[in-house]
Write a protein that binds this ligand. Structure first.
Ligand SMILES: Nc1ncnc2c1ncn2[C@@H]1O[C@H](COP(=O)(O)OP(=O)(O)OP(=O)(O)O)[C@@H](O)[C@H]1O
Ligand SMILES: [Mg+2]
Length: 500
């Protein structure tokens, strides 16, 4: 046994995040930890990586008791962690990032050649291809993750922790990541994987631990269990599929005509896009991420005002207008990155729910905030959507990843605008909450709302959409009603395939 965590307890002022958690890890094993949002998975890993101190409990590495006061203590014992949000320096090269704090020097100077050589060696040994001289900001997300992994391996980690590593990756990158994990475990590395994607769990894990409310509630070898059983352990019931009733779409809530955008260097990012969304329909945009989805959404939502073409929201011309104007016209927006665009981490939950609405009549009178009304509204959202918070004045950054996501999704759906742009609405969300959010989106559609859905999960697009556009290299060349499409055909078109 390479690792044992024994009777770990972690209490934040009013939350017991870990109640008495014990796990073990064998050398060369891949252990998956699954569980609903707020179950305490990330907390347990933060303790193992020395980012948090437990109130009680012990950690043994190779049978020897260890106390980690900080990540560098943990690293010295061979523990490395790929964070949910990468911790790389954007404007430094791949080599500089990998060797950071572990450089080879000649006297007081950095020996660039030796370091570059070291990175090449590592990259070859573990079959993780990178260009040592590239700047990190010029590398796609999948490569940035590879850099994180190499950095940990460079620090001689034997135990690798992955906390939701696949939520930001394209399907091809996910495949590669899973292969990398298997290869590393075959080379004797031990891996802990946290994820909500039970398919991935069943593909790579040797053993699975299920957590609920800060406790371990089940432990199974992969051969002994199934996706259905695991989700049952996680949420205490079976999942179901939503029924989507037939509906006649009504008036147009989004019209995009001949939208084009070039970047500073003259490269075409969006080429002549025409799309339309009507009330009473969910329109999906399917595509491998990086094919123009983000750029398109930025134009539609007013985060980017520099493009040509014409955009109307609810019949109002919003071309080249900013966020405030378009929101007034009738838009709500679940953004792709919940921390970057969606929320203020240091602000409270209540402030985050209110964001953008604080000056409406409902919440303020003659410039004074109506606290009673605000509290009621926030409380209702938290209750309805099952956001796990301890009190409404809690800071956003103290929520678990999935609960922060739920809060933003709830805020935007509950604005009850005629038009909603939903980007990756269920990223980082557990299977039970996903089902609930899907129901809410369908409910909005049934009530006459129009939704533009962007998701890298094909299954989500296929499950919810009335109509689907396929985006490839900044162009939309195909449009389908959901009835004449299956995931194979869609996958083929997303990779630029042509139909007859
Ligand atoms: N710094 C903190 N202060 C207060 N409470 C916290 C803090 N960090 C985490 N918590 C609480 O501890 C509980 C467990 O959170 P944790 O992040 O471990 O959940 P998780 O299982 O990783 O969930 P998710 O799947 O959403 O990522 C949550 O209720 C969360 O609000
Ligand atoms: Mg987490």
């Amino acid at each position: 046994m390479i690792l044992e965590m024994k009777n770990i307890v972690k209490v934040y002022d009013r939350v017991v995040a870990n109640k008495n958690v014990s796990i073990t890890l064998e050398k060369g094993e891949i252990l998956a930890i699954v569980g609903e949002n707020g179950a305490g998975k990330s907390t347990l890993m933060k303790i193992l990586y020395g980012l948090e101190r437990p109130n009680s409990g012990e950690i043994y590495i190779n049978g020897k008791k260890q106390v980690f006061r900080n990540p560098s203590d943990a690293m010295k014992q061979g523990i490395g962690m790929v964070q949910q949000h990468f911790m790389l320096f954007d404007t430094m090269t791949v080599t500089e990032n990998i060797i950071y704090n572990n450089e080879i020097s000649k006297g007081v100077f950095l020996d660039i050649d030796a370091n570059r050589k070291k990175v090449r060696e590592l990259s070859k040994r573990y079959m993780l291809e990178v260009d040592p001289d590239k700047l990190v900001k010029d590398c796609p997300v999948g490569v940035q993750q590879r850099i994180e992994i190499l950095k940990i391996l460079h620090q001689n980690a034997d135990i690798l922790i992955f906390d939701e590593p696949s939520s930001v990756l394209t399907p091809i990158e996910v495949d590669e990541l899973l292969k990398t994990m298997k290869r590393l475990s075959n080379m004797g590395k031990s891996i802990i994987l946290i994820t909500h994607k039970l398919g991935e769990v069943m593909e790579v894990a040797d053993r699975i631990v299920v957590m609920r409310d800060g406790e371990v509630v089940a432990e199974k070898r992969r051969e002994e269990t199934s996706i259905e059983e695991l989700s049952y352990f996680m949420i205490g019931r079976q999942t179901t599929s939503p029924v989507i009733k037939d509906l006649e779409p009504c008036k147009e809530v989004l019209s995009v005509k001949n939208l084009s955008k070039v970047d500073e260097s003259g490269k075409k990012l969006l080429g002549n896009i025409n799309i339309s969304v009507r009330g009473g329909e969910i329109v999906g945009i399917a595509g491998v991420s990086g094919n123009g989805q983000s750029e398109l959404i930025k134009c539609i939502t007013g985060l980017d005002t520099d493009y040509t073409g014409k955009i109307e929201v609810c019949g109002i011309n919003v071309t080249n207008k900013g966020v405030g104007f378009i929101r007034k016209a009738g838009l709500a927006h679940i953004p792709e990155d919940r921390y970057y665009w969606g929320s203020a981490k240091e602000a409270t939950i209540a402030e985050n729910v209110l964001m953008g609405d604080e000056n409406t009549e409902r919440f303020s009178k003659k410039g004074l905030l109506n606290f009673r009304e605000i509290r009621k509204h926030v409380y209702r959202i938290v209750e309805n959507y099952g956001v796990k918070v301890s009190f409404l004045a809690q800071k956003m950054k103290e929520l678990s990843g999935g609960n922060a996501q739920k809060l933003i999704v709830a805020r935007e759906i509950e604005k009850k605008t005629p038009f909603l742009v939903a980007c990756e609405p269920t990223r980082g969300i557990d299977v039970g909450a996903m089902e609930f959010i899907h129901e809410k989106l369908i409910e909005k559609r049934n009530n006459g709302g129009g939704i533009l859905l962007i998701s890298s999960e094909l299954s989500e697009i296929l499950k919810l959409s009335d109509r689907i556009y396929v985006i490839y290299e900044g162009r939309i060349e195909h449009e389908f009603t959901n009835k004449n499409l299956d995931s194979r055909k869609l996958g083929f078109l997303m990779l630029g395939g042509k139909t007859a």
